[in-house]
Design a protein. Structure first.
Length: 267
């Protein structure tokens, strides 16, 4: 996807789980990189969601970024330096789909609490949740046309289009726009916006409301919707292979890591 590249082995880069009063609190903690997701963090998110799906004590999950400045700013870009061909891109996008599938199909309601940015992988994670609340200054997008020059899987695009609408997705992907919380509140992507200091209390209140409702109905509804979105997806591996195998992508990654603006050659 897209994002920050500030991770080093010395800095915390983890996904934490805490279960309290039937609420599972999932925290993305990579504050030094505005909670950019490393591969290890994606793997941890997958494992946490798989475990929660089997935990009868968990009734609702709340997902939030640590530090109060970002939900998730994307994916750690350093990993792309080792890519040598378009096949690496296909494997990467398939991996992202596999990491996020357990969240999208988690049989309990999920709430994304967005304070700051939900960009790239962060937008995908937020979109996999059932409800999203944010601070009024939060921003959302996938500006890969401006940063890296890569692309998304068909499954990822289908999920975003379903939740955001095709016109907003085009603005995010083709124009590299970051869309503001007030606009996405009007559009319905966000359930509500609040002052940042009220987000935790409001998330807990929403979770308590969800806990009181029929869990099997919630599960059935969630999984039916997820299956409808994923049904009959086209094979777009040729497009992913071309994009990740391009000179533009290699130049985009190199420029990003060097802190320079990319130069697109269209090949």
């Amino acid at each position: 996807m897209t994002a920050e590249n500030n991770s080093t082995p010395e800095r915390i880069a983890e996904v934490r789980l805490e279960l309290r009063n039937h609420i599972a609190y999932i925290t993305f903690d990579h504050v030094a990189a505005r909670n950019a997701m490393t591969v290890g963090m994606y793997q941890s998110l997958k494992s946490i969601c798989e475990d929660l799906a089997k935990n009868s004590k968990a009734k609702v999950a709340i997902l939030r970024g640590a530090g109060g400045k970002s939900f998730v700013s994307g994916s750690d870009i350093a990993q792309f330096s080792s890519f040598t061909s378009g096949e690496d891109g296909i494997s990467y996008e398939e991996g992202i789909d596999q990491y996020l599938a357990p969240l999208a199909t988690l049989p309990i309601p999920t709430i994304a609490v967005i304070d700051g940015m939900a960009v790239g992988g962060g937008l995908a994670i937020a979109s996999c949740c059932d409800f999203r609340i944010s601070s009024s200054d939060a921003r959302f997008g996938v500006p890969i046309a401006k940063t890296l020059g890569n692309c998304l899987s068909a499954g990822n695009v289908a999920w975003l289009v379903t939740h955001l609408g095709i016109n907003i997705v085009k603005r995010m992907l083709l124009l590299a726009e970051l869309v503001t919380a007030p606009e996405l509140l009007k559009q319905g992507y966000l359930l509500a916006t609040y002052p940042a200091e009220n987000l935790e209390a409001e998330a807990n209140q929403l979770a308590e409301r969800l806990i009181k409702l029929a869990p099997i109905t919630q599960k059935s509804t969630k999984l039916t919707l997820a299956r409808l979105i994923k049904n009959n997806l086209p094979d777009c591996s040729d497009l992913i292979r071309e994009c990740y195998g391009s000179e533009d992508f290699k130049n985009g990654v190199s420029a990003f890591l060097d802190g320079q603006p990319p130069v697109w050659a269209g090949k």
